[in-house]
Design a protein around this ligand. Structure first.
Ligand SMILES: [Fe+2]
Ligand SMILES: [Fe+2]
Length: 494
């Protein structure tokens, strides 16, 4: 067996290491250090696996219950560890992206939203570390938990796992766009995972979703407030929509995805949202209009799109579609929610802006997509019209994404005292309450003066140690050795 990669062993170690993390990323503000953190498990929606090969069996409680076998070369436990790693990575990563916004908050209300979001994302990271350490366990679980605290948004060679979580959020328009588009994808993922076959993962998601709803609502409200103030040029806002909408679509994964099929078969991620009656209706009614047209067209000529032909089964009811298309359904629901928001945004524009102001357009799924989307590398405009000439497309794309000139204009808007209207309702009037049926583990308040036992990245420390050993210097104690490591050594000496 290979040597353990992880230095942390228990959730208590993780908790202590996460205090070091707060200091290391500059989130050691009293408001966060004095806040309460916990792992909260709420009752799962069902005791039995809800779909896939194991439907009807009791949900899995831990590694001993997991089916044996390999899927795309990975065990069930490895697939779960990967899902938990990615979900946890986004929770911590988003905090790092938002760290610079504190001082430029337009009002106390906005600062409260930022603080609440950071507090909850940090806690969501804990939830994922709990699943990794205390449910999956083993070296794999310990390594997932430790590395969640060691990767850093936008840091080369040590970046967060998904591209969208490595771009700094530079201003408050970006913040609200992030909540509306990126956190809303997070909402899609949590909604799916709350039906997962691993019961503690499902239980984790139920509580997280209650908090996540407020992030999404704050994002939508942010755009409403910006439009209500009437100071933001709508054409600049449109360019931000053009930037963020495809990133949000991309986060849902490829529209055709063998991973989605595997997750379905294993009972991890199913239909979205699996409790509505749409499953009996035709696939056309469920999948976005552009998307289903393109799926049908491409299925006729798979060789043109380098697909293996698989029957997508789009002719019958939605429940019978090929499960490779489950991401198509999830992203369609995501887009449908955004369509409703855009109607509201445009109603505000009609109210507040001079007549003739162009309405906001929610970009088509075909616009500006990246791998693994079926549209990656293709050239459509934001309404989904094909632009065949590459030069024409290059110019169009450049003209429709935020430019330096737009960012300069934004700085002028941000300098106005009333560029964002006060909220009509306080999304964070109350914090998400714990219910009697919830189980609370590891409740913690660090307190402003608490220092961590850890003073640097354990993996960096280990690399230094290994480098000095292989350079022939023999095992040495570096002067940066963490207190925790020091205590281990001391204990060993006794
Ligand atoms: Fe979250
Ligand atoms: Fe969130």
């Amino acid at each position: 067996m290979s040597e353990s990669r992880a230095d942390i062993k228990t959730f208590e170690d993780f908790r202590e290491y996460s205090l070091w993390y707060l200091h290391d990323v500059g989130l050691d503000v009293p408001e966060l250090l004095n806040a309460e953190y916990k792992v909260a498990l709420a009752p799962a929606k069902s005791d039995v696996v809800e779909f896939g090969h194991y439907a009807g069996k009791a949900k899995f409680r831990g590694p001993e219950d997991l089916p044996t076998g390999h899927w795309n070369g990975r065990t069930y436990l490895e697939i779960l560890a990967n899902l938990v790693n990615i979900q946890g990575d986004t929770e911590f990563g988003s905090n790092e992206q938002q760290v610079g916004l504190w001082d430029s908050a337009p009002s106390d209300y906005d600062r409260k939203i930022l603080l609440s979001v950071m507090n909850e994302e940090f806690r969501h990271g804990w939830q994922m570390a709990y699943v990794a350490l205390n449910v999956l366990g083993g070296d794999e679980g310990r390594w997932v938990a430790q590395s969640l605290l060691e990767r850093r948004s936008g840091v080369e060679d040590n970046a967060r796992l998904l591209g969208a979580f490595n771009v700094p959020i530079k201003d408050w328009l970006g913040f609200y766009a992030f909540l509306e588009f990126m956190d809303r994808d997070g909402g899609s993922q949590l909604t799916l995972l709350q039906h997962s076959a691993l019961e503690p993962l499902a239980q984790s998601m139920v509580f997280m979703l209650r908090e996540e709803q407020k992030h999404l609502r704050s994002g939508q409200q942010g755009f409403e407030r910006i439009l209500q103030a009437g100071k933001m040029p709508v054409e600049v806002l449109q360019k931000y929509m053009n930037l963020y909408a495809p990133l949000g679509y991309d986060l849902h994964g490829g529209e055709r995805s063998t991973n989605a099929l595997i997750y379905f078969n294993l009972g991890l991620k199913g239909f979205y949202p699996s409790w509505t009656p749409y499953l009996d209706g035709p696939a056309d009614a469920v999948i976005d209009a552009h998307l289903i047209t393109d799926l049908r067209e491409r299925e006729k000529r798979p060789e043109d799109h380098s697909y293996q032909f698989v029957n997508l089964q789009l002719g019958g009811p939605a429940r019978d579609i090929n499960k490779e298309l489950l991401n198509s359904i999830t992203v369609s629901f995501y887009k449908r929610t955004l369509e409703e928001h855009f109607e509201k945004f445009n109603a505000i524009i009609r109210d507040v802006y001079p007549s003739g102001t162009p309405m906001l357009v929610l970009p088509s799924m075909r616009w500006n997509r990246a791998v693994p989307s079926i549209y990656a590398g293709e050239s459509y405009d934001i309404t989904g019209r094909l632009i065949e000439n590459p030069e024409e497309f290059r110019d169009y794309r450049e003209a429709n994404l935020p430019s330096d000139a737009d960012r300069a204009r934004l700085q002028e808007v941000f300098a106005l005292p009333d560029w964002i209207a006060p909220p009509e309702t306080d999304v964070y009037r109350t914090l998400t309450a714990v219910k009697n049926s919830d189980q609370i583990l590891f409740p913690t308040t660090f307190g402003g003066s608490r220092r961590s036992r850890y003073i640097q990245s354990l993996s960096a420390l280990r690399r230094e140690r290994e480098a000095s050993e292989s350079a022939g210097a023999g095992p040495t104690k570096t002067k940066n050795v963490s207190l925790w490591q020091f205590m281990e050594d001391e204990a060993g000496a006794n």
